[in-house]
Design a protein around this ligand. Structure first.
Ligand code: FE2
Ligand code: FE2
Length: 210
């Protein structure tokens, strides 16, 4: 099962990397760097979505795939696929490392030495402020970014973050598209037991009608 998961992730990764035309060498350099800190093994969260080894990459690919679906719609066909892959795949790289040789997550153990039911915790020694900024900084050490790509990465968590408030409401469309793809993936695609996910459980009756 775990093996199949890894195989799926690798083939999905190769498929989206094939869409990178102009910055492939730089992107490969970034993946190479991140691999040292857990690009293929980090979780997506400690106790929420995809909190297993490899969950980070699984989530990042879900975001890329959602973003590519969105951009295939006529009114959303505003950016090259390469931009969608880069912002989707790397928007959360702060979850791999803070850029100073420290991992973002570390395994969590109980007092008896056994792995906790919640298998990960944040590494208290790593930088923990301005996480979306960290992603943009780390990526830009390896891959030159367009302005819209930087904005999209910095505000991908939405309006209610310091990053979004400091940039203001004048976001580029890519920022909204990444934000939507990120949340849709995290809430619906990655939480199949969620009440929100299950269409049959949605209350689709008209208000005030029997
Ligand atoms: Fe994020
Ligand atoms: Fe994310």
């Amino acid at each position: 099962m775990e093996q199949k998961k890894v195989k799926d992730v690798n083939s999905r990764l190769n498929k989206v990397l094939d869409l990178i035309v102009y910055r492939r060498v730089e992107v490969d350099g970034l993946i190479n760097y991140l691999s040292e800190y857990g690009f293929f093994t980090a979780p997506a969260s400690s106790k929420f979505h995809l909190n297993y080894g490899g969950g980070f990459l699984d989530h990042s690919l879900n975001v890329v795939e959602t973003l590519l679906e969105l951009t295939s719609l006529p009114r959303f066909d505003l950016y090259p696929k390469e931009s969608c892959v880069i912002v989707g795949l790397f928007h959360d790289v702060y979850k791999v490392t803070d850029g100073f040789k420290r991992k973002h997550y570390e395994p969590k153990f109980n007092k008896d030495g056994k792995l906790s039911k919640i298998p990960y915790k944040k590494n208290k020694g790593s930088l923990s402020k301005g996480e979306a900024y960290q992603s943009a900084l780390i990526i830009s050490q390896f891959v030159p970014l367009y302005e819209d790509e930087i904005q999209a990465i910095m505000v991908h968590d939405g309006l209610f973050t310091n990053e979004a408030q400091s940039i203001g409401l004048d976001w580029c469309p890519l920022a909204w598209m990444l934000h939507y793809s990120d949340f849709f993936s995290g809430i619906f695609t990655e939480c199949p037991t969620s009440r929100l996910y299950n269409r049959e459980n949605r209350n689709n009756k008209f208000f005030c009608r029997s």
